[in-house]
Design a protein. Structure first.
Length: 526
């Protein structure tokens, strides 16, 4: 049986003598110098084999033998025991206390440096050099960091200085620490989306933004119906003309470009109440669009010039936009009005102006967070169900406007799908079951009366616009124009888009199939 190998000098080897007998090397007569050299070599080998290692391999630890710590295998496992050699320093608990002290020291050092860097970043420009001098001349960075943190905490918690005026006392203090929020809806006269890295997110929910003064007409009490209808525009005081042009708009334009909640709009329009859903700006641009479907003299700024159709109402809308700073106060109805102003300018051949109006509408929509699903972040925003629906229908209306503009001008879309989490609008049976009939200057034509299906068409248009978004991004991406893909990649991409379009068409409800007397918005959609 083999005995355990001890760390002793290896005995000299024997060699056969010429007469066949074994002769020990020690029986020979070595020289004194040769013996000294052998002793030195043995000492060197012993010192090499016995070098200290912090952690032995698992096998050597189990059998309590010496380990030289060599990689990939130690000498004992490789040459003597022929076992697997594996190192597991994390299982050696003898030095954990030492490691913990090192980690704690590193954490303390990191916290000190972080506090000093943060102090440099937050310091006023004139105070930076003084702070740098303190850092360079102090005896202990830890003590300096602690004193800075104490001073900042005292400023944050202490009362306002007596030199501040009354206005400054009313402004709430921002929170000193971030909590990792991703975003929130803030009420300041309007609901706005504020990202988690913005300081504005720390304003309390009851904080009233001084720049969002209410519209003058918001303070008015409910008025008689006729007076309420006439209060929306200064262009005409003829109630019949106003209602006629409004009916023209809802019959022919709104049915395709559905970008507002009709029920909420009429609720405030008929009572003269300016709100998120109805404003003089929105009413005037709707009347301007309605004029384009009428031949009445009142539909023109110059009754004898058809080229001035709707110009008087559009001029009033522009006046309200700029003189009343409507563009400065984000509201749903302002987003809707700007989108309608853009499409009206496009219809009049003013592409550049229309493009600018559309951009203002889309930016304001994102300012209100219409592209974000309101329900997950609705804990403090106090949005009603009808308010959430109005936000959805407004955004997806803007989304359709964006794709129409991109198709018209051959440009990339501005509202991209990767920035959108809001759900598509719901289909309300009450609105979709309303009877739609062709409306003209002569009145209603009952020949083609049928359910309006306004929301159902808007839902299908939003799905089609999503496919169109990918198509337009693919066609008008400047990077792809400069570095076109191979024909195989292009063919696959076009095939995928064609497949999606075919699937969209096949999934259309049967009541939206092309036929004689079909709804004009359905025919236009296809």
């Amino acid at each position: 049986m083999e005995t355990a190998i001890e760390a002793e000098p290896v005995p000299p080897q024997t060699s056969p003598s010429p007469d066949g007998q074994t002769e020990n090397a020690d029986t020979s007569i070595p020289s004194v110098s040769k013996g000294k050299n052998k002793n030195k070599e043995q000492e060197n080998n012993a010192s090499t084999k016995r070098r200290c290692v912090s952690t032995a391999c698992i096998a050597c630890r189990k059998r309590k033998s010496k380990c030289d710590g060599m990689l990939p295998k130690c000498a004992a496992c490789a040459s003597v025991y022929l076992t697997e050699c594996e190192y597991a320093p994390h299982t050696d608990h003898r030095r954990k206390g030492v490691y913990k002290k090192d980690v704690d020291a590193s954490k303390a050092k990191f916290a000190t440096l972080q506090a000093l860097f943060q102090a440099l970043l937050n310091a006023e420009e004139e105070d930076v050099m003084d702070l740098v001098t303190q850092i360079r001349t102090c005896d202990s960075l830890e003590e300096l960091a602690a004193s800075i943190e104490t001073r900042e905490k005292g400023l944050a918690e202490g009362p306002a200085e007596s030199g501040h005026n009354d206005d400054d006392k009313d402004v709430p203090q921002f929170e000193a620490e971030l909590s990792g929020k991703m975003g929130d809806l803030m009420l300041d006269g309007s609901v706005k989306f504020i990202g988690g890295t913005s300081n504005l997110i720390w304003l309390p929910q009851d904080y009233e933004h001084k720049g969002s003064a209410p519209s003058p007409s918001q303070d008015l009490a409910l008025r008689p119906k006729e007076e309420a209808i006439l209060s929306w525009t200064k262009v005409t005081q003829n109630k019949d003309d106003i209602l006629h042009f409004m009916n023209m708009y809802f019959c022919w334009h709104y049915a395709f470009f559905t970008t507002l909640a009709k029920e909420l709009f009429y609720r405030d329009f008929l009572t003269g109440t300016s709100s998120q859903y109805c404003s003089p700006l929105l009413v005037n641009i709707m009347l301007a669009l309605g004029c384009h479907f009428s031949c009445r003299p009142a539909a023109r700024k110059d009754p004898d010039d058809s080229g001035t159709t709707g110009d008087h109402f559009f001029a009033e809308a522009k006046r309200l936009l700029y003189e009343d700073d409507e563009f400065a106060n984000a509201k749903l109805c302002t987003v809707q009005a700007l989108a309608l102003m853009s499409v009206r300018e496009a219809g009049c051949g003013h592409e550049s102006k229309g493009w600018v109006y559309s951009g203002m509408s889309f930016r304001m929509a994102c300012d209100l967070g219409l592209n974000v699903d309101a329900q997950p972040i609705n804990e403090l925003s106090r949005l009603t169900d009808e308010g959430i629906d109005a936000r959805r229908i407004t955004f997806w209306g803007c989304f359709l406007f964006d794709k129409c503009w991109s198709n018209y001008l051959g440009r990339q879309p501005q509202l991209l799908l990767n920035n959108i989490t809001v759900k598509k609008p719901d289909v309300f049976p009450s609105e979709d079951s309303e009877v739609w009939s062709p409306y003209t200057d002569s009145g209603i034509i009952q020949a083609h009366a049928q359910p309006a299906r306004t929301r159902a068409v808007a839902l299908q248009l939003s799905k089609l616009a999503e496919i169109s978004s990918d198509l337009l991004t693919s066609f008008y991406n400047p990077e792809q124009l400069q570095k076109p893909h191979s024909k195989q990649i292009e063919l696959k991409r076009l095939t995928d888009l064609h497949t999606r379009l075919e699937a969209w068409k096949q999934n259309l409800p049967s009541e939206m199939e092309p036929r004689e007397g079909q709804l004009p918005q359905v025919l236009l959609m296809q």
